[in-house]
Ligand binder design. Structure first.
Ligand code: G3I
Length: 330
């Protein structure tokens, strides 16, 4: 969905069931503020094809039906990833079998939502945390069984299944200063260039933007990366923005201000160079966030990574998103 004429980009968020069905203040928040939603887990293999060949779309349909009722767009996440795979995928024993399984999954899932889900994270997190090159791909059942060809294969099947869908590769740790983050930018750029040169149907790059508050943003490195992606004719979208605050001060007012400032620094670069048509946060309220799974605070205080607090009240981070959403428009 193109950004509306009044704003620079569509704002959206990852949402999760059953909260989207049972938590009415959460439902109202999503319906009021989101142009887009992406199921946080309901379109992952573990949810959709927990048993081989048995597809269950109940949870994904709940998100899609909610979105349809509220006139909200939907992004799909994700078709080929190393994680959230059901145990049976370890039993695939040959390249041919893995290709058949991957193709059946993509055709079934993308086909079901053709015309509804207009944008997909086809390949998620293809690189390890410190890639030596664009050929140094993260270990996964897909890489082991099919080789690096799993990446163009996934894009081609998704495009054949829904030629109108916008197809993205999605990665994290793209924005920071430091050699391993530059390595990831370089590797991702190299892979994307290879896909474009080989006429693979890729339309854009998703920058996840899980912004670790104690890491420095590499503004110059990020700008160079964004210019290079745009020069390939590809879109850039922000797919999973949140600010990981586990190392920030306990004081809520100060912490919220620092979270907002970090997001401002990041969005100032991205919106200045790439004009993303969509910016999504990975969750919308601190009540439902993945962050404490890996980044619990030493003082055990709840994390505050998202635009709205656990009582659905807007925080300074929301004001920052709104600023970039309407900058130059009013
Ligand atoms: O649904 C089961 C539930 O039945 C079970 O009782 C419970 C306890 O084991 O686990 C539940 O599944 C969890 C699932 O989230 C749904 O809540 C998984 O254990 C847990 O690993 C899973 O974590 C998700 C993670 O991706 C792995 O899929 C996070 O919520 C989700 O925020 C996170 O999202 C990722 C993006 O997909 C890719 N980018 C990074 C981002 C953050 O890690």
């Amino acid at each position: 969905m193109p950004a509306s004429s009044q704003s620079n980009f569509l704002y959206g968020a990852a949402v999760r069931t059953p909260a989207l069905i049972t938590d009415h203040p959460y439902q109202e928040l999503v319906a009021r503020y989101c142009d887009l939603v992406v199921p946080e887990g309901e379109l992952k293999w573990a949810s959709v094809q927990a048993k081989r060949g048995v597809f269950n779309f109940d949870k994904a349909d709940a998100v899609v039906d909610f979105a349809k009722r509220h006139g909200i767009g939907v992004r799909g996440h994700t078709l080929a990833w190393y994680a959230a795979l059901p145990a049976w995928t370890k039993d695939m024993a040959s390249r041919q079998e893995a290709e058949r399984v991957l193709e059946q999954h993509i055709r079934t899932v993308v086909g079901r939502y053709a015309g509804t889900i207009r944008s997909w994270d086809v390949v998620n997190e293809p690189f390890p945390d410190d890639p030596r090159s664009s050929h140094d791909l993260r270990k996964s059942v897909w890489l082991e069984q099919i080789g690096r060809e799993y990446i163009p294969l996934a894009f081609r099947i998704a495009h054949e299944t829904d030629p109108a869908a916008r197809l993205f590769i999605n990665e994290y740790d793209i924005a920071f200063a430091g050699s391993r983050f530059k390595s990831k930018r370089d590797a991702l750029l190299g892979l994307v260039r290879e896909l474009v040169n080989n006429k693979v149907p890729i339309h854009g790059v998703g920058i996840q933007a899980h912004i670790n508050a104690d890491r420095q943003i590499d503004s110059v490195g990020l700008q160079e990366f964004l210019h290079a992606i745009s020069s390939l004719g590809l879109e850039v979208i922000v797919t999973e923005l949140d600010v990981i605050d586990f190392s920030l001060p306990a004081d809520i007012q100060l912490r919220d201000a620092l979270v907002a400032a970090k997001a401002y620094e990041f969005l100032d670069v991205v919106c200045g160079v790439a004009a993303p048509p969509a910016v999504l946060t990975w969750g919308i309220t601190d009540k439902y966030t993945w962050v404490p799974i890996y980044f619990t605070r030493a003082d055990k205080l709840p994390n505050r990574p998202l635009p709205f607090d656990r009582n659905m009240r807007p925080k300074p981070l929301y004001s920052v998103i709104e600023y970039f959403r309407y900058r130059g428009r009013r």
